[in-house]
Structures are given as structure tokens and as C-alpha cells.
Design a protein around this ligand. Structure first.
Ligand SMILES: Cc1cc2nc3c(=O)[nH]c(=O)nc-3n(C[C@H](O)[C@H](O)[C@H](O)COP(=O)(O)OP(=O)(O)OC[C@H]3O[C@@H](n4cnc5c(N)ncnc54)[C@H](O)[C@@H]3O)c2cc1C
Length: 417
């Protein structure tokens, strides 16, 4: 990326926010031959507690953006994972999760942005949008003009408000995500590469804890359903080990003695959507459009689907003809894969919460069904592993999974479905 002070040109696209979604959009659109400017106050994305691993579904979407290999190289593959439910180990399986600190993830993506993309290190304070040209005013007073604005500015509400869009709270304080490093007792090792340990009892108000490697560290993300002022959260901050053990007494049977190392990050999560987003000249993606519950693990996927569909499916067509009216922009919001991803994200958030908290017969049966499913999968994997050990060609095929070339999907074949 190049950095300029003042710029009179009319860009094809100005992207407001170079986080996960915005950085990917910048690379994809520049590679597609468009003149792109990016506005973000941070030259280097700061360390921030957000999504810290990408699963195979998320990597599959990233593959379609042409950026999966860069992320794969910067992250830690967990390879195998244990799963426990209701306090019992029910599954040991192959796993395809990639652990990476959020700042490193975004900065890895930013490093891929071609040098002809113009980076404005500034904050956008106002967007004046219309059916032809858009004007983004920066805090410095500079105005950036483009045919299309992609708003990828994450959680902040001020810019949306400046365009007459409202944030609709679907559920404030829906869940709380807690992040920390863990270490086994000196001289010992964790017996797993990664572990997901689901709630043991509804009264603990825990969804699950997931332990996964990032480099040499073992990272933990704990998802709980607690109000912001809940004394339990203070207790966790004051004495995280004792509070964790009380909420998940059987966890230590799997991990062995462990301690919480380094800072504990606690982030309450609101679920919101945006009203009034169908406007000419501007399109919202990622958290700027709507948030997801981290316990459902769909926030990053939603942002990735947004940016993949927008940049592989629509922007080049929009720019090929004059104007940028609401009808053009609406095609993206009506995209089938995007709508499915948004709906799934919200439904999964509610489902995960009910799985953790609902004590009705229906949800108790669903918890037991999840145990049965895990056990049967474990049995299947055990048989498959044994067969692979006996068949060398099958083992070679397995080793090649994940080494597919990075290819941006051609437009006609870019539908996720
Ligand atoms: C604690 C936590 C844990 C999470 N865990 C998971 C998980 O396990 N799995 C999962 O799938 N999802 C998870 N998520 C959700 C996921 O991290 C987000 O949905 C995703 O990162 C959103 O990406 P984005 O590009 O929309 O926003 P961001 O990456 O936040 O990017 C926004 C960018 O906009 C810039 N910006 C803001 N305002 C302006 C302005 N006025 N002008 C210019 N630039 C601006 C910011 O500097 C930033 O660079 C988690 C979220 C949180 C908070």
C-alpha cells in the first residue's frame, strides 16, 4: 500500500476500515483492476481480542478470496482435537482449525494488499452518498471521492448514523467471551493438541471452553452467558483458576493441573443489525452490517462470506456501467449465500444459548443426542484411522489436504451453495 497526503482523483472504491473484511476487499478489488483507496486510523492493526481461530468452513471461504495460503502460513494448525460433553470425553478427531491472534490475522491480510492501493491513515467522520459519486470526509478534513463506498468499519455506529442508518439491538449482553493463555504444570504437557469442553451443567451458564495452539502457546476462549454486571465476571477476573474450576469441575480431568498465564480479556457481546442500509453508493459488510455471537463461531465467517460475495460477485459488474443506485447495491444484500450466512449466524447463536441454558426435556434430549453423535463419529474415525494406517495411498491423500493452491474463484462459479 502507498500512503499519500492529499488526493484529487476519483477512486472506483473507497473502503472505510481495514480490519478483517476491509483488508480482504482491498486486495481482491485491486487484483481485479480497480482503483482502490483504504481509510483506517491504524497503520498497523493493534493487538485486539477478537476471533482467534478459523475453522475449515472459514478457510474454505477464504480460499475463494485468494488469501487462504497467507493466513495458513501465519497460523497454527491444530490437526487433532478432543471434544467433551456433559463432563465426559466423547470424541477424538482430526481437526482443521487455524489459531492466530486477531492482530496478526489482519496484519497478515494487510501485507497482501497491492502497493497501488492508496492507504489513508485517518478516521472517516462523514459519508455523503448518492447514486453517482460518494464523498468520504476524513478527520484531517481531506475528502476522498469514489464511485462506491464499502463500509467495513466494524462495531462503531457513528458513520452509519451519519447516513441515517440505525443500529437495532437484537440482544444486548447476549454473551461474554473470555480469552487467556493456559499452561500445564511445569515439566508436563497437555495430552491433546486442542480441546472443546462443553457446559457440564446449565446452572453454570457456560457454553463451552476451547483450548487451541497459537505458536507455542495454548490459548483458551471461554464463552458464557452472563450479564455485564454479574459478580461471576468479577470473580473470574479476581481468581480465574478457581472460578473456572467451579464452573467446569471436570475440565481438569482432561487437562491435568494447569494455570492461567498472562492477562484475562473479558468482552461482552451485543447482537445487533442495521436498519436503513439499502442506500445508493454505499455497501456494508462484516460487523458494520450486523454482529454475531462468538460462541457460535460465525462472526468471522459472516464477514468472510460478505466480502467474498461482494468482491467476487458484484463490484466489477456495478463499476462496468454508470451510476451506483440502490437497485445495484440491493443485489448484494439479496445474495442467496449472504442471506443464508446471516440467517444461520443468528439461528446458531440462539441454538448455542439454548443448548447451554435450556433445561426443558427437548433441549436435554438434544444434549444427549449430541453426545451420541460425538461417540458414533469417534467410532467411525477410529475405524477410518485404522484403515488409513493399512492403506499407504490413502495416507498420502490425507497429507495433501490443505495444500490446495490459492485461487480466486471466477465469478460464475463463486456461489457458496
Ligand atoms: C471477543 C470476541 C471474540 C470473537 N471470537 C470469534 C470467534 O471465535 N469466531 C468467529 O467467527 N468470530 C468471532 N468474533 C467475531 C469476529 O471477530 C468479527 O465478526 C470480525 O472480526 C469482524 O470483522 P470486520 O472486518 O467486520 O471488523 P474489524 O476487523 O473490527 O475491522 C473494522 C476496522 O474499521 C476501522 N475503523 C473503525 N471506525 C473507522 C472509521 N471511522 N474510519 C476508518 N476506519 C475505521 C477499525 O480501525 C478496524 O480496522 C469475535 C468477536 C469478539 C469481539
Amino acid at each position: 500500500m502507498s500512503v499519500t497526503a492529499a488526493d484529487q482523483r476519483i477512486f472506483d472504491v473507497v473502503i472505510v476500515g481495514a480490519g478483517l473484511a476491509g483488508s480482504i476487499a482491498a486486495t481482491m478489488l485491486s487484483r481485479a483492476g480497480h482503483a482502490v483507496a483504504v481509510v483506517d486510523p491504524h497503520a498497523v492493526y493493534p493487538a485486539e481480542f477478537r476471533c482467534e481461530k478459523l475453522d475449515s468452513e472459514q478457510m474454505a471461504v477464504l480460499q475463494k478470496t485468494g488469501l487462504a495460503n497467507a493466513v495458513r502460513a501465519a497460523s497454527t494448525h491444530d490437526e487433532r482435537a478432543w471434544v467433551s460433553r456433559l463432563g465426559h470425553l466423547i470424541e477424538k478427531r482430526l481437526s482443521d482449525q487455524h489459531g492466530i491472534d486477531y492482530g496478526r490475522l489482519v496484519n497478515t491480510l494487510r501485507a497482501e494488499i497491492p502497493s497501488n492501493v492508496v492507504f489513508k491513515r485517518d478516521k472517516a467522520t462523514d459519508v455523503a452518498n448518492g447514486p453517482d459519486l460518494q464523498r468520504v470526509t476524513l478527520a484531517s478534513g481531506e475528502v476522498v471521492t469514489a464511485r462506491l463506498v464499502i463500509l467495513a468499519s466494524g462495531l462503531g455506529n457513528a458513520l452509519r448514523q451519519s447516513m441515517g442508518m440505525d443500529r437495532i439491538d437484537l440482544a444486548t449482553g447476549f454473551s461474554v467471551t473470555i480469552g487467556f493463555d493456559v499452561e500445564p504444570e511445569p515439566g508436563s504437557r497437555f495430552p491433546f493438541r486442542a480441546l472443546t469442553h462443553y457446559s457440564e451443567r446449565a446452572r453454570h451458564r457456560v457454553s463451552y471452553i476451547t483450548l487451541f495452539p497459537i505458536g507455542q502457546r495454548m490459548r483458551a476462549n471461554l464463552f458464557v452467558y452472563r450479564e455485564v454486571g454479574d459478580p461471576w465476571l468479577r470473580a473470574f477476573r479476581d481468581d480465574p483458576e478457581a472460578t473456572l474450576n467451579a464452573a467446569m469441575p471436570r475440565l481438569a480431568r482432561l487437562t491435568g493441573p494447569m494455570r492461567i498465564a498472562g492477562p484475562v480479556k473479558v468482552r461482552p457481546i451485543d447482537l445487533y443489525a442495521t436498519r436503513g442500509y439499502r442506500q445508493p453508493g454505499v455497501v456494508l459488510i462484516g460487523d458494520a452490517f450486523a454482529t454475531a455471537c462468538p460462541a457460535a463461531g460465525t462472526g468471522a465467517r459472516k464477514a468472510l462470506v460478505d466480502v467474498e460475495r461482494l468482491c467476487n460477485g458484484y463490484v466489477s459488474d456495478w463499476l462496468a456501467t454508470p451510476g451506483m443506485d440502490v437497485e445495484k447495491i440491493g443485489r448484494f444484500y439479496d445474495d442467496e449465500a449472504k442471506c443464508r450466512s446471516d440467517a444461520r449466524s443468528f439461528a446458531l447463536a440462539l441454538r448455542m444459548r439454548a443448548m447451554a441454558l435450556d433445561t426443558s426435556a427437548l433441549w436435554s434430549a438434544r444434549r444427549l443426542a449430541a453426545v451420541a453423535l460425538g461417540l458414533s463419529r469417534w467410532a467411525m474415525h477410529t475405524v477410518r484411522d485404522a484403515m488409513q494406517r493399512l492403506a499407504p495411498e490413502a495416507r498420502a491423500k490425507q497429507a495433501n489436504i490443505g495444500a490446495a493452491p490459492d485461487v480466486a474463484v471466477p465469478k460464475a462459479a463463486s456461489d457458496l451453495g
